[in-house]
Design a protein around this ligand. Structure first.
Ligand code: AP5
Length: 218
């Protein structure tokens, strides 16, 4: 049976960190809309250039292009068993579009773990984040440091800091999250799909809470 899990939470909550572990455990493809935009930017596509103009300000990329990009990714053969969605949906219109597209794929959202972390912690997390150039592995200089500074433990590639992790941009990303994405908490709660996960705990504890919630949902 297909399984679609949506990770919900503010910027810096730990969605990407947890997604990498959970996708592996359940053999699901990790579909991150932010990573898809960054990949387009790296390839210098028109979509990448368009997305960059929004991302650098911490604004959301318009729904129509975001929905089309995710639909295209979920239609790929490797998503046949489902996917772990990270960063999508981010607006009520995206959530509605996701429900419709999953119906076409004979599936539905099975669970929405909501990783909650208070705002003051998010800024510290994002300002200390380092990401691996080759495969997007995520580190933090204080909370999850690599063995050798600047080098990914897993693939030896260079670590870099994201442009949109500058304090001014982070503040706007959090504001945009509160205004446009937070309404999805109630949306999925009403559908009985929400699982609250305390994202302030150590990374391994958050992982085990997530695994428990996913196993419980079946
Ligand atoms: P995107 O790439 O999706 O960024 P985001 O949602 O803002 O989330 P982040 O990647 O910043 O945080 P995260 O929750 O994954 O945290 P992480 O695991 O890295 O989006 C970027 C931009 O793209 C958007 O602003 C928008 O412009 C555009 N975009 C993307 N999707 C879109 C959509 N659907 N619609 C429109 N526009 C879209 O962890 C953060 C740090 O904390 C790391 O350093 C990590 O090591 C550390 N950490 C993680 N967990 C813990 C823990 N438990 N304890 C201590 N430290 C921890």
């Amino acid at each position: 049976m297909t399984k679609y899990i949506v990770l919900l939470g503010p910027p810096g909550a730990g969605k990407g960190t947890q997604a990498q572990m959970i996708a592996e455990k359940y053999d699901l493809v990790h579909v991150s809309s932010g990573d898809l935009f960054r990949e387009n930017l790296k390839q210098e596509t028109e979509l990448g250039k368009l997305a960059q103009s929004y991302m650098k300000r911490g604004e959301l990329v318009p729904d129509d292009v975001t929905i089309a990009m995710v639909r295209d990714r979920l239609s790929q053969p490797d998503c046949i068993n489902g996917a772990l969605l990270d960063g999508f949906p981010r607006t009520p219109a995206q959530a509605e579009a996701l429900a419709k597209m999953l119906e076409e794929f004979d599936g539905a959202v099975n669970l929405v773990p909501y990783i909650f972390v208070p705002e003051e912690i998010l800024v510290e997390r994002l300002s200390g984040r380092w990401t691996c150039r080759a495969n997007g592995h995520i580190y933090h200089e204080k909370f999850n440091p690599p063995a050798v500074a600047g080098i990914c433990d897993l693939d030896g590639s260079e670590l870099y800091q994201r442009d949109d992790d500058k304090p001014e941009t982070v503040k706007n990303r959090i504001k945009v999250y509160q205004e446009q994405t937070a309404p999805l908490i109630a949306y999925y709660q009403e559908k009985g799909l929400l699982a609250n996960i305390d994202g302030t705990q150590p990374i391994e504890t958050v992982t085990s809470d997530l695994l428990h919630a996913i196993d419980k949902a079946g």
